[in-house]
Design a protein around this ligand. Structure first.
Ligand SMILES: [Zn+2]
Length: 118
């Protein structure tokens, strides 16, 4: 069980330059309307107004980050308390989640460092 995220920001001209922040979107499950996409923070965008990104770049949306962290925490808790599977499988899934969190923190640190010019 992994939390796969996609990143995108509004194309130039769709919103003011200061609002062109990077939002996190849950990977589509196939049931959504492909024309209308909703990031974790709940803002709504027409898919055509977004620039897909391969990673967080530029200023990240703080609400999306907070929501992503909350989702990972909840999922880790569910995995840890899961009624099925042996302890080794559950621990390995928890480790997977921790690695994902570490990768996100690393990615965000690099974004912040780049923004601060370090
Ligand atoms: Zn957002």
């Amino acid at each position: 069980m992994t939390v796969r995220m996609l990143y995108a920001r509004p194309l130039p001209g769709v919103v003011g330059e200061t609002r062109r922040i990077t939002h996190a979107f849950p990977a589509p499950s196939g049931d959504e309307d492909p024309e209308q996409v909703t990031p974790l923070c709940g803002a709504e965008f027409a898919a055509q107004d977004l620039e897909p990104l391969t990673a967080v770049s530029g200023a990240p949306c703080e609400s999306c980050i907070a929501s992503a962290a909350r989702r990972v925490r909840e999922q880790s808790r569910l995995v840890a308390a899961g009624p099925t599977g042996d302890i080794e499988a559950r621990l390995s899934r928890i480790e997977e989640q921790l690695n994902l969190i570490a990768a996100k923190v690393d990615q965000l640190s690099r974004v912040v460092a780049a923004l601060l010019g370090w």
